[in-house]
Design a protein around this ligand. Structure first.
Ligand code: DON
Length: 331
């Protein structure tokens, strides 16, 4: 029996759902002990590994927020989804997909192996670093701020405010990221970059350093669940085809070498970042029974203690639990 499933006479109130989520968050809070905060970007070590928070926002305006939801954190790799969306909107889908593939790698997010070992014609997908840096190079602009403008505008349309750049995180990554520079040089050698390397990397480090909170991720996820349309205004924020493509990539590549397991055990598109954020998208479902969020919802998680693949250890388990209890899987 699905926990929290109700008979047809019970109202799925926000308060009722909130109580369930509060219980689940306090249970999974303890499991943050099993992970470690990212340390390869020095400033990320300052995060509190015991934090865990979740926000769920439905298309119908239900808002659930539980745990450490007021801690700002940097978007990191989750930005790759939205930079891909922006590139598709600026350049068109064919242009982007001519230059970056849509295949999972089964390798770590910052792997160089494929670029070096195989005669690849383009990076494997926009959600690993090689593909993401290539996508960033496609954006219009002669400065990193010009290149980032369309991303900030997209966030502003989705969130109703313009998020800020965390300068300290940007500088910390920019000063230390030798691996991304190595990937960048491979990309230059292979002729994949559309803009000069330093400009591209500066833009990439900045896009990773945009500060958000769980509610922002949930709001972004909800708009993706609604195929790119803002349910309040009916306005198209992201073209439907682009939103669908982004969700397919999240499902197949969004959790790096744990993407297969996440699809099997959670079953919804999601994207993680090394600061501990996860955005997840539960699309609308047609079901006879009375389950929460049949209309679709977005979920934002923050839990900086990471597993070996660089995904929030307690965040993944919490999502798996919620998806099981509420039968969110798309399969
Ligand atoms: O490229 C990097 O190292 C980071 N700025 C982003 C990496 C990231 O979030 C990977 N996600 N799990």
């Amino acid at each position: 029996m699905v926990q929290g499933a109700v008979n047809r006479n019970t109202k799925l109130t926000e308060e009722w759902l909130q109580n369930y989520v509060d219980d689940w968050v306090s249970f999974y809070h303890r499991q943050t002990e099993e992970g470690e905060v990212a340390s390869y970007i020095p400033i990320l070590k300052e995060a509190d590994k015991n934090h865990l928070g979740i926000s769920i926002i439905s298309k119908n305006g239900i808002n659930i927020h539980s745990g450490n939801v007021d801690i700002p954190f940097t978007i990191q790799s989750i930005s790759k989804v939205f930079m891909f969306i922006v590139a598709c909107m600026e350049r068109g889908i064919p242009y982007v997909l001519d230059r970056v593939d849509v295949e999972p790698t089964g390798e770590a997010f910052n792997s160089i192996m494929h670029l070096e070992m195989r005669q690849v014609k383009k990076p494997f997908n926009p959600l690993v670093n090689a593909g993401a840096i290539t996508v960033t190079s496609m954006l219009y602009g002669d400065t990193s701020d010009q290149k980032l403008e369309a991303l900030f505008q997209l966030f502003e349309r989705m969130l109703g405010f313009r998020p800020k750049l965390n300068k300290d995180v940007y500088e910390s990554e920019s000063e230390t990221s030798v691996r991304n520079r190595a990937i960048g040089y491979y990309l230059v050698e292979l002729g994949f970059l559309e803009s000069e390397l330093e400009l591209t990397l500066e833009t990439y480090f900045k896009q990773c350093s945009i500060e958000i909170a769980t509610r922002d991720l949930a709001q972004m996820g909800m708009i993706l669940a609604n195929d790119g349309e803002d349910p309040k205004t009916g306005l198209e924020i992201i073209p439907r085809q682009v939103a669908r493509l982004a969700k397919a990539l999240m499902l197949t590549c969004g959790m790096y070498e744990a993407s297969g397991k996440f699809a099997a055990y959670v079953g919804i598109p999601a994207k993680s970042g090394v600061s501990g954020g996860i955005v997840a998208v539960a699309p609308p479902r047609i079901r006879e029974d009375d389950l929460p969020f049949l209309e679709g919802c977005g979920i934002g998680v923050y839990g900086p203690a990471l597993d070996k693949q660089g995904n929030s250890v307690a965040g993944i388990r919490l999502l798996r639990h919620i998806a099981k209890q509420w039968d969110l899987s798309i399969f």
